[in-house]
Design a protein around this ligand. Structure first.
Ligand code: 26W
Length: 812
């Protein structure tokens, strides 16, 4: 299927006319987006079908990645690129006097996730397809994605994100594969004459789960995997029972909106409904597949792997038990063996407040049969472990504790594999958060450091850099990222360094134009672009960044004639709507931006830009233009981070604490090519254990720090209504939970080192090049290959020599 430009032009014109009944010349950008999306979807549909058929024919083991969140980003460019028809389409459109770039901007960015966890799921989907691994995504088709963020007077305001307003061209509603999910009511077990107990239900709320399938296109390998997102509807045969909107509400609300919190667990009934809805529909459709192809049930673990992305889908464990026992009539022991061998779990956070614990009463009432099963899992666990491990360990690891269902415990007990997402994070799971489990099941624990897809984050987001790498080392690195290291050979090559610097400058110019367009702020593209993009959370310490900016501002005011390295500080971050402190930090940074950007004494020396509505599409614009990536979480708190990897791959130098994957970045790039500062995780643990930290002392004894902190509340910053004082109080009077003041000095020091280096452009660019060339180990292709080999035991299904090749070099 080699499309030519002329074929494309003819087919596209017809496509447009068929859809809109007038000529393409009269179309709006949005219509062109729709027509082009449908064109591409038609083009890939054969591969989609053939991929599914080939997996069935081969009897391939398939993995199902269960996740409450996916953040795929816009798909038009990515799909065309992976299919290998992007250039043809671009050329054809140009001949038609249309611009691919503007058309691509018309696509809604599906914000079906909060942050790192959701984006990781989508990078993984891309890698699964590109590695020719039979991998399916299973999630929720939220009608409203994560809220759209607006700033009003510098305050965050949330607006609904109606991403489905225009047609979603990528999805296919699949009426053939619906299933019923039951909530509430009464359940009991009745012996029958066939010799087993039958589960009987009455007065349940029945919800129809309707799958919408979205193609996940592999890189140049003719493979298209499936992402299945479920939507809740009234079962057709019960339609007559529903009369008013109020009556429909309990059903329609299930998939209406994504919970906008990525760090704070709230035991809300609706969230529990969402979790069970997605899990039940997903597991049912897997088992139906087995029935259809008559696979013996005991072979389930040889044929499928279910991956649980954080605890949110952990009910897959009791749901699989339920189906195997109640519907497939296996015994408990048979069902349990299958379930454990099938399921695996990734932990994404050590924040205690993020760990899911459902009230037993709520679970019992909403999911009576599931609760019975959890109770039995717990009973057997306790009975078995009590004599072996004693009271303390057994009760601390039990699933049912103090009136709640501990979902992490359920996930660990019901899985054969438990992994963290960076080396340090996994170590902390084993030595602290899940320590007792590590004692019981040491063999289950393993590390899988996160990764990113270079296809979206480098090839497409940074085409100039990609072309340069192609020119210098050939194109092999695109299929085999390890090849990127060859680029290191150019670190002393002046011409290459100049080219790298020029590309960065071009990217910065484009971003500067965009900043002017959307924020009305003029920035100097030659200034150092310093970027922090991630959810707003105290542990990520955007306020440490803000203190440093204030410090710079005060220094420039005190020494107006001193030469400084000009900087543009760039932020993108949403705060959970109920997270007051995070919202106060947003307001303070916005007010600092007002102060700094409008002070004539400051000029180009310092600018602060806080973008509204940070998400995948904005990240694609910002990351290629970054000189510094801020990764400044308190050591031990950030499980991995993934923007650190994206920024480094685009030549940003990392400003980092020794946390999450920053440590591995440092190991690969070398400590001379990264700015490390701050407490280590051990020091943090020690300070917490001996309670010796007193932030107020630092305030009182460190004059530089005091000046900066005082500026938060003495009127220096315009437009605040107590937000500066609130942050001041948390840092000075409430003893600074995240050790911001403790790390301040060493942070400023590292920032000064960055200035000094930036003043030597060739040296800076050399380190930038080394970052680019050292980023290969963070390709999600490697991460996925390790999941596939170590956890899922799924194979790559090559039909030729296409696709991302078997990876020769075990990295990390
Ligand atoms: C129950 C509410 C809730 C929702 C989401 C709690 C916790 C979460 C996620 C675990 C938050 C998350 O996205 N964690 C991030 O996962 C990334 C991918 O592994 C890591 O790179 C980040 O460090 C981690 O914060």
């Amino acid at each position: 299927m080699n499309l030519t430009v002329q074929e494309f032009i003819e087919e596209y014109k017809t496509q447009f006319q068929t859809m809109f009944a007038y000529s393409y010349e009269e179309g709006t950008t949005e219509q062109h987006y729709t027509a082009l999306g449908i064109f591409i979807k038609n083009y890939l549909s054969r591969h989609w079908k053939e991929t599914r058929e080939s997996y069935i024919k081969e009897g391939a083991k398939q993995v199902y990645y269960f996740s409450m969140e996916f953040l795929p980003g816009r798909q038009l460019r990515n799909n065309a690129y992976n299919l290998g028809i992007l250039d043809i389409i671009k050329e054809g459109l140009t001949e038609l006097d249309l611009s691919f770039d503007s058309i691509a901007e018309a696509e809604a960015d599906p914000a079906l996730g909060n942050g790192g966890l959701g984006r990781l799921a989508s990078c993984f989907m891309d890698s699964l397809a590109s590695l020719s691994i039979p991998g399916n995504g299973n999630g929720i088709r939220y009608q409203y994605g994560l809220f759209r963020q607006k700033f009003v007077d510098g305050y965050q305001v949330e607006v609904p994100e109606n991403w489905l307003r225009n047609r979603n061209v990528w999805e296919t509603r699949n009426n053939k594969s619906t299933c019923l999910v039951r909530f509430g009511g009464n359940v009991w077990l009745e012996p029958n004459d066939k010799g087993y107990y039958e589960a009987k239900y009455e007065n349940t709320l029945n919800v129809l789960a309707v799958p919408y399938d979205t193609p996940m296109v592999g890189y140049r390998n003719n493979k298209v995997n499936n992402l299945r997102l479920w939507s809740a509807e009234i079962p057709v045969e019960e339609e007559a029972n529903y009369h008013t909107l109020d009556e429909i509400q309990p059903i329609s609300e299930i998939t209406q909106v994504l919970y906008p919190d990525d760090s704070n667990y709230e035991g809300q009934l609706l969230r529990l409904k969402q979790e069970y809805f997605m899990v039940s529909a997903g597991v049912q459709s897997i088992i139906r597949h087995f029935r259809k192809y008559n696979v013996p049930r005991k072979n389930i673990p040889d044929k499928i792997a279910i991956h649980i992305n954080d605890t949110h889908p952990a009910l897959a464990i009791p749901e699989l038990m339920r189906i195997l026992m109640d519907e497939e009539h296996l015994t408990w022991d048979q069902a349990w063996e299958i379930t454990q061998k099938t399921c695996s779990y990734t932990n994404h956070t050590i924040l205690r407040e993020a760990l899911e614990k459902w009230p037993i009463d709520m679970m019992k009432e909403l999911l009576p049969r599931i609760y019975m099963i959890i109770e039995e899992i717990n009973r057997r666990f306790v009975d078995y472990h009590l004599p072996l491990y004693g009271e303390r360990i057994t009760w601390q690891t039990a699933i049912l504790q103090n009136g709640v269902v501990n979902m992490a415990h359920l996930a660990v007990i019901g899985s054969h594999s438990v992994n963290g997402v960076a080396k340090l994070h996994t170590d902390i799971l084993m030595s602290d958060v899940l320590k007792d489990f590590f004692e019981i099941y040491p063999e289950r624990f393993n590390n899988k450091t996160n990764g990113i897809t270079q296809r979206r984050w480098v090839h497409l987001a940074n085409p100039e850099l990609t072309a340069l790498i192609d020119e210098k080392i050939g194109e092999e690195w695109k299929r085999n990222p390890a090849e990127l290291k060859v680029f290191k050979g150019f670190e002393q090559d002046e011409e290459t360094l100049k080219q790298v610097a020029e590309i960065k400058l071009n990217n910065k110019k484009r971003l500067a134009d965009y900043i002017e367009e959307v924020k009305g702020i003029q920035v100097n593209p030659r200034a150092l672009f310093d970027v922090q993009i991630k959810r707003l959370h105290a542990y990520k310490r955007q306020h440490l960044n803000a203190l440093h900016i204030l410090h710079r501002y005060l220094e420039i005011k005190r020494n107006p004639d001193k030469e400084v390295v000009p900087r543009v500080f760039i932020f993108g971050a949403k705060a959970a709507p109920s997270y007051v402190y995070a919202k106060q930090i947003i307001k303070v940074i916005n007010s600092i931006a007002d102060l700094v950007n409008n002070d004539p004494d400051i000029g180009d020396k310092l600018k602060v830009v806080f973008f509204e509505n940070y998400g995948v599409s904005l990240a694609e614009k910002i990351i290629p233009a970054a000189d510094i990536g801020e990764q400044i979480s308190l050591a031990s708190m950030e499980a991995s981070g993934t923007s650190n990897m994206k920024l480094m791959a685009n030549g940003a130098l990392t400003m980092a604490t020794l946390d999450g994957a920053n440590i591995e970045i440092k190991d690969f790039v070398g400590e001379d090519n990264i700015f490390i500062f701050g407490l280590t995780d051990k020091e943090v643990y020690e300070l917490k254990a001996n309670q010796s930290y007193q932030s107020k002392e630092l305030y009182e004894t460190n004059e530089q720090l005091r000046r900066v902190l005082d500026a938060l509340k003495d009127g220096t910053i315009p437009g605040l209504n107590g937000e500066g004082s609130a942050i001041f109080d948390s840092l000075v009077h409430y003893n600074d939970e995240y050790f911001v003041l403790k790390d301040f000095e060493s942070y400023v020091d590292a920032q000064n080192r960055a200035d000094a280096l930036y003043a030597k452009p060739m040296e800076w660019t050399r380190k930038s090049l080394l970052n680019i060339a050292s980023s290969a180990p963070f390709s999600a292709d490697y991460t996925i290959k390790r999941y596939a080999d170590d956890i899922w035991k799924v194979k790559q299904y090559f039909t030729g020599d296409e696709g991302v090749q078997p990876l020769d070099e075990p990295l990390a």
